[in-house]
Design a protein around this ligand. Structure first.
Ligand code: ATP
Length: 204
């Protein structure tokens, strides 16, 4: 997979990673999303479910056979070592799924969306470039809470636990400023798509 042109995409909560990836995908880029792969692994019949059942017990399995996310969220919140165990159980499986998805991709270049790209670090060696999606923190809170699942306090707590904005921007090869509207975002993504196509083809 190392000969593919792979762009790592990261950014804080609510910055617009999924939205950006969706526009790139529409323009013909491949998209591999580690959060989506993680959700698949813990969905009914997912590749991590047997190990989760064995390690944590049936109390964390929902009626449909998938992960009981609210029970697990509460448990790992109250038992920090359990979070590490869950991550340990998922990490290798996510990596394997990423590798398979990258290998299967036939597009001219592939975006690898990793919310914790900087924190985790282990994806960096396979990336041709790092693209950071950025907007100011007030806008991040506004957009992340508008979806209705998280409160302002919980979004701020997540932001406090994530790499700070300055550090993230320092490792970026490219930055998308997602402070304006979606039409502007589309224009910016179109320009980057052209650039990535040229770089991937070795014509830049
Ligand atoms: P998370 O880290 O929580 O997964 P994310 O970085 O993937 O978030 P998105 O889900 O893409 O962020 O965007 C967060 C919310 O903000 C979404 O509801 C999205 O529709 C909206 N949004 C993203 N960009 C813009 C924009 N430029 N203008 C208006 N709304 C936007």
């Amino acid at each position: 997979m190392n000969n593919k042109f792979i762009v790592g995409v990261t950014g804080g909560i609510g910055a617009g990673k999924s939205t950006v990836a969706g526009i790139f995908a529409r323009l013909g880029a491949g998209v591999v999303d580690t959060d989506a792969l993680s959700r698949q692994l813990t969905a009914p019949g997912g590749g991590a479910m047997q190990a989760i059942r064995e390690h944590f017990g049936a109390a964390f399995i929902g009626e449909d056979g998938g992960l009981n996310r609210s029970a697990m969220r509460e448990y790992v919140f109250n038992h920090p070592p359990a979070r590490k165990q869950l991550e340990g159980l998922l990490h290798g499986r996510i990596r394997d799924a990423v590798q398979a998805a990258l290998q299967a991709a036939t597009q001219p270049y592939v975006l690898l969306v990793v919310p914790l790209l900087i924190e985790v670090g282990s994806y960096r060696p396979i990336l041709s470039r790092v693209l950071v999606v950025d907007c100011d923190e007030a806008l991040q809170v506004q957009r992340a809470t508008a979806r209705g699942q998280l409160t302002v306090d919980s979004v701020k707590a997540i932001m406090a636990a994530q790499t700070d904005r300055k550090t993230r921007l320092r490792v970026a090869d490219d930055v998308i400023d997602n402070s304006a509207d979606l039409a502007h975002l589309e224009t910016v993504v179109r320009a980057l798509d052209q650039q990535y196509r040229s770089l991937a083809a070795g014509t830049a």
